[in-house]
Design a protein around this ligand. Structure first.
Ligand code: PLP
Length: 428
C-alpha cells in the first residue's frame, strides 16, 4: 500500500472498528482485564504477546483507547511505537529514566521550557543524573560537554521561548559519533506536522500532547515516540543489554530489538513510577488530532501575519518569529519545517516591565495564562510565570526578558485579535 499522508493518518491510524463497527473510537474506562487462562496471565507478565490474544494487563501499563492514541502518534511522527503519559513532563522524565541512572549525564541545549529546566536541573539532579547545559544548541558546543558517562543529547525543536530550530543533521551526526541517542522535545513541531525529527536522525521524540495535539486546552497528556533507529545493545546501555532486575532477568534489547525502548518505558517505568494517561484524556487527544493539520495551517497563517503587524507596530520591538526573514533561525526553519513556521511568536513591549504588565492586564479577548496550542489566543509573560524559577542570567540565556511576551495564536478572526491588542496598546 502507498504511504499515507499526514492528513489521512491523523484520522485513521491505529483504529480498526471492533465487533460493534463503531465508527467513533470507544473509551475503555477499565482498570484491569481478565485473563483467558493462567497461561495467558503468565505470558503477559513475561511480556510474551501473541498475535490475536489480548495484550492488556492493567491500565497503568496499557489500555485499548491509549493504544489507539499511541499508534496514531507513532504513525504521525514516523516512529515504530509510542507510549502515552500523563503529561509532557512525565514523557520527558520517563524517557530520561529509561536510559540513565545515578552517575550518568546528558548534554542539553540551553533553550528549554521552564518546567523542563526545573526537571533537569533540580529534580533529576536530586536523583544523581546530571544535565549539562551547552552554551547554545550547536553540535560544536554540545560536543564539548560529552564524556564517558554521557548517555544522550537533548534539544527542543522550536525551543520554548527562543524558537530555535536545531541543526538536526549535525546533532544526529554527533549522536552517531558517540553512539548515544538524540532526544527531541517536538511539542512545538505539532505532533509531526511541522517537523518530524525522526526523519532527520532523532532517536526519541517526547512531546506535550496538552498543546496542539489535543488542541482544545482541556486535557493533560504526553507522548514518547520510539524511532526504532538506535542500537541499545552497543554496550553503553546496561538497562537494555544486561538482565533486568525488575523483569526476572529479561534482556530488553535481545527480546524486543528496535522496539525495546518503548517496551521498556511501559514495562519498567510506567509500571514502577505510574504516570499513565487516563483513557478519557487519550480520547480527547484523539478528537484533537483528527483536525491537527487544519488547525496548525490556519494558526501558522495568522501567526505569520501577526508577526509582520507587530514588527511594524510603534509600541513593540524585537518580534521573534521563525517566519520573519531576519530571524536568526529562518534558514534552518526553511530547511527543517514544513507547512509553516509555527503558531507562537514573542515580542517585547516598549517601556519595560510595568508597561508590559499593564498591557497584558488590559487585554479583553486574548487570554492571560500559561499555555500554548489552544484554539484560543493566549498571552504569557514568561519572566513572571513559566520561567520564574530560573535566575535572571538563566532567563536571559533562554531568551526571556522582563518586557517579553509570548503569544500563542488561536483560531479567532485576525481582525479581532488585532483590535484587542490595539486597544491594550492605546492604554499604555
Ligand atoms: C516544550 C514543552 N515541553 C514540555 C512541556 C510540558 O508539558 P505538560 O504541560 O503537558 O507537562 C511544555 C509545557 O508547556 C512545553 O512547552
Amino acid at each position: 500500500m502507498k504511504k499515507l499522508h499526514f492528513e489521512t493518518l491523523q484520522v485513521h491510524a491505529g483504529y480498526k472498528p471492533d465487533q460493534t463497527n463503531s465508527c467513533g473510537i470507544p473509551i475503555y474506562p477499565t482498570t484491569a482485564y481478565s485473563f483467558d487462562s493462567s497461561e495467558h496471565g503468565s505470558d503477559l507478565f513475561n511480556l510474551d504477546f501473541k498475535e490475536g490474544v489480548s495484550p492488556y494487563i492493567y491500565t497503568r501499563l496499557n489500555n485499548p483507547t491509549n493504544s489507539i492514541f499511541e499508534q496514531r502518534m507513532a504513525a504521525l511522527e514516523g516512529g515504530v511505537a509510542a507510549v502515552a503519559t500523563a503529561s509532557g513532563q512525565a514523557a520527558e522524565m520517563i524517557a530520561i529514566l529509561n536510559i540513565m541512572k545515578a552517575g550518568d549525564n546528558f548534554v542539553t541545549s540551553p533553550y528549554l521550557y521552564g518546567g523542563t529546566y526545573n526537571l533537569f536541573f533540580v529534580s533529576l539532579k536530586d536523583l544523581g543524573i546530571e544535565a549539562r547545559m551547552a552554551k547554545d544548541d550547536s553540535a560544536e558546543e554540545m560536543e564539548k560537554l560529552i564524556d564517558g558517562q554521557t548517555k544522550a543529547l537533548y534539544t527542543e525543536n522550536i525551543g520554548n521561548p527562543k524558537f530555535n530550530v536545531p541543526d538536526f543533521e549535525k546533532l544526529a551526526a554527533l549522536s552517531q559519533k558517540y553512539e548515544i541517542p538524540l532526544i527531541v522535545d517536538n511539542t512545538f513541531g505539532c505532533g509531526g506536522y511541522l517537523c518530524r525529527p525522526i526523519e532527520y536522525g532523532a532517536n526519541i521524540v517526547v512531546e506535550s500532547a496538552t498543546k496542539w495535539i489535543g488542541g482544545h486546552g482541556n486535557s493533560m497528556g504526553g507522548i514518547i515516540i520510539d524511532g526504532g533507529n538506535f542500537n541499545w545493545g552497543n554496550g553503553k546501555f546496561p538497562k537494555y543489554s544486561e538482565p533486568s532486575e525488575g523483569y526476572h532477568g529479561l534482556k530488553f534489547w535481545d527480546k524486543f530489538g528496535n522496539g525495546a525502548f518503548a517496551m521498556r518505558c511501559v514495562a519498567e517505568n510506567l509500571r514502577d513510577l505510574g504516570p499513565c494517561i487516563s483513557p478519557f484524556n487519550s480520547w480527547n487527544m484523539l478528537q484533537g488530532v483528527e483536525t491537527l493539520s487544519i488547525r496548525v495551517d490556519k494558526m501558522c497563517q495568522t501567526t505569520m501575519e501577526m508577526a509582520k503587524w507587530l514588527d511594524q507596530h510603534e509600541k513593540t520591538f524585537d518580534v521573534c518569529y521563525l517566519g520573519l526573514e531576519n530571524n536568526e533561525y529562518h534558514q534552518l526553519a526553511k530547511k527543517y519545517l514544513h507547512h509553516g513556521f509555527g503558531c507562537v511568536l514573542t515580542f517585547r513591549v516598549k517601556g519595560g516591565y510595568e508597561k508590559t504588565v499593564k498591557f497584558v492586564e488590559s487585554l479583553k479577548l486574548i487570554t492571560h495564562l500559561t499555555n500554548i496550542g489552544d484554539v484560543r489566543s493566549i498571552i504569557t509573560h514568561p519572566s513572571s510565570t513559566t520561567h520564574r524559577q530560573m535566575s535572571e542570567e538563566a532567563q536571559a540565556a533562554a531568551g526571556v526578558y522582563p518586557d517579553l511576551l509570548r503569544f500563542s495564536i488561536g483560531l479567532e478572526h485576525i481582525d479581532d485579535i488585532k483590535d484587542d491588542l490595539e486597544q491594550a496598546f492605546e492604554l499604555i
